[in-house]
Write a protein that binds this ligand. Structure first.
Ligand code: GRF
Length: 217
């Protein structure tokens, strides 16, 4: 079966991009990365794409007169690259409603919290400050509102009382690297159906085991 052609949009170091590169390196993985786009010149993720022999391009938003013009250029590159699914991966630009419309249900994002909690920036600082017992990460379809949209996969981690935001970021990031490839695989296998605000996954295994933090001992 043909592999799903995905494009990855980044702004930074690209550790999640690397997890996708590694997943796609397996010939049995049902997706391939056809294009990496960075809006930041010299972003670390570009070197990862280069090392993996994946086509990559910088489209610097500062070279454009407004968000729409920038997104037109991104859209054109995605279309020319034959992208079927667009993955936002640490892409630090808000996308317009028009862009979301053009890629409706074909545009996904990862956020380092258990949405809908802790949308926006500085997530780990706020989670620690709030004293939340759990945090985690979410891969979701993109909708016009920030960090909003049908949830495809989530992973939870414990927050320890002595965690710094960096400790928590590291624990969450390890889960991000597991769930982004999983979400892409589920979509590529046509097991994901969007029904209103919900995603239904065909044949998904779930566990009823409660996660309690602190443990009951
Ligand atoms: C990740 O924590 C992601 O959830 C957030 O930005 C970070 C990107 O990290 N949106 P990387 O560039 O994939 O290493």
């Amino acid at each position: 079966m043909a592999r799903l052609r995905i494009a990855v949009l980044i702004s930074g170091r690209g550790s999640n991009l690397q997890s996708l590169i590694d997943a796609c390196a397996d010939a049995d993985f049902p997706a391939e990365i056809v294009l990496v786009i960075s809006n930041v010149p010299g972003a670390g993720g570009l070197a990862r794409a280069e090392a993996a022999g994946i086509p990559h391009v910088t489209i610097d938003h500062r070279d454009f007169d407004g968000r729409e013009a920038f997104e037109d250029a991104v859209h054109e590159a995605l279309r020319d690259g034959g992208a079927e699914l667009v993955c936002l991966v640490g892409f630090m630009r808000l996308v317009t409603d028009g862009f979301v419309d053009r890629w409706w249900d074909r545009l996904i994002n990862i956020h380092p919290s258990l949405l809908p909690a802790f949308r926006g920036l500085h997530v780990h600082e706020r989670v620690v400050e709030y004293g939340a017992r759990f945090s985690g990460c979410t891969v979701h379809f993109v909708r016009p509102a920030m960090d909003d949209g049908p949830i495809i996969v989530q992973a939870a981690v414990k927050v320890h009382p002595d965690d710094t935001p960096d400790d928590l970021a590291e624990r969450v990031l390890a889960e991000e690297h597991r769930i982004y490839p999983l979400a892409v695989r589920l979509i590529a296998e046509s097991r994901v159906r969007v029904s209103g605000n919900r995603v239904l996954i065909q044949g998904a295994a779930t566990s009823d085991a409660a996660l309690i933090n602190p443990d009951l001992g």
